[in-house]
Design a protein around this ligand. Structure first.
Ligand code: IPM
Ligand code: MN
Length: 358
């Protein structure tokens, strides 16, 4: 089969980690008889520098015409002081919106060989952790109305709004329920219903939708502050978690760290079609860009998720996952997941080692 993949390398370590994922995909193609064609497109800071905007219509069109999109990361010091609407991050938000990717799945899993990389006590992680965070991705405060100004007394102000509609909550609840159905049949919904009106609608809608369409799923509500605490107190208690855009952003970084390193976590973003966007959950790490020390595993896993979730290539997904496991078992590590006695390798070498195990 032929697959056309749009690659949005982005900024910072983006190009290095995408190169790693492409290396692994090419090896998968060779082994399983697929042809992956890659089209590199601009997004983020590099797009600002070349085209004066973080996302061009051309990039959007090509992404929509592709079979799926692989993205590295966007942003960097150079563009940090730009106004909100022209920042590199805006490019990422716009492509998510333009492709209608409302469902963002972030599996935070503790790899057996990385138990020592978790900052938590061994006792808390020894039985493994796998939290699937289902984050609403194109609504809420990220996309709500906002403004800033100066009032009549010369005081500067700014505001953003968190707004959700019932259909927006229902469609993400559906994705989370389908996931929970295949797993533990337990769903945790995270909100701040003791304070926010939008969260009260969220809570009511999640319960009504789940009760009507997935009666066998048990839905438990957890307030976001308590959730932040529970993730470090006892992460093994969670399976599928559904939450809003901003809470999902914050909690997924926390869950990532608890499972060892943010350099290990991938995410898939999908809407109603099979054409999705796959990216690591970490950022562009401008401090280590170009040094060949970044961890490419999250991006390689993102590419694997693309094969599974957009192209239905389950065997190929498993091949990548077990190749990563083998390389970790052989004690190879990038700096972020280094431990005593490990063999430290660079970004490029890590990708080569994984490709070699396919
Ligand atoms: C993420 C990132 C993005 C987000 C930024 C870069 C816009 O932090 O994917 O988690 O906040 O969604
Ligand atoms: Mn984030």
């Amino acid at each position: 089969m032929n697959y056309n993949i749009a690659v949005l390398d982005g900024d910072g370590i983006g190009p290095e980690i995408c190169a790693g994922a492409i290396k692994v995909l090419n090896k998968v193609g060779e082994k399983f008889g697929h042809n992956f064609a890659f089209e590199h497109l601009d997004i983020g800071g590099c797009s600002i520098d070349k085209h004066g905007t973080p996302l061009t219509d051309y990039t959007v069109q090509r992404c929509l015409a592709s079979d799926s999109v692989l993205l590295g990361a966007v942003g960097g010091y150079k563009w940090d002081n730009m106004p909100g609407d022209t920042r590199p991050e805006k490019g990422l938000l716009k492509i998510r919106k333009a492709m209608g990717l409302y469902s963002n799945i972030r599996p935070a899993k503790l790899w057996k060989s990385l138990a020592n990389a978790s900052p938590l006590k061994y006792d808390l992680v020894k039985n493994g952790i796998e939290i699937i965070i289902v984050r609403e991705l194109i609504g809420g405060i990220y996309f709500g109305e906002r403004d800033k100004g100066v009032d009549e007394n010369g005081v500067e102000y700014a505001w953003d709004t968190e707004k959700y509609s019932v259909p927006e909550i229902e469609r993400i609840t559906k994705i989370a329920c389908e996931m929970a159905q295949k797993r533990s049949k337990r769903l945790v919904s995270v909100d701040k219903a003791n304070v926010l009106e939008s969260s009260r609608l969220w809570r009511k809608t999640v319960h009504e939708y789940a009760a009507k369409n997935f009666p066998e799923i048990e839905v438990v509500d957890v307030l976001v502050d308590n959730m932040a605490m529970q993730i470090v107190k006892n992460p093994a208690q969670f399976d599928v978690v559904v939450t809003s855009n901003i809470f999902g952003d914050i909690l997924s970084d926390e869950a990532a760290q608890v499972t060892g390193s943010i350099g290990m976590l991938a995410s898939s973003s999908l809407g109603d079609s099979k054409c999705g966007l796959y990216e690591p959950i970490h950022g562009s790490a401008p401090d280590i860009a170009g040094k060949n020390i970044a961890n490419p595993i999250a991006t390689i896993l993102a590419a694997a998720m693309m094969l599974r979730d957009s192209f239905d290539l389950n065997e190929e997904y498993n091949a990548i996952e077990s190749a990563i496991q083998k390389v970790l078992d052989k004690n190879y590590r990038t700096g972020d997941i280094a431990e005593d006695g490990a063999i430290i390798v660079g970004c490029n070498e890590m990708a080569e080692l994984i490709a070699a195990e396919i």
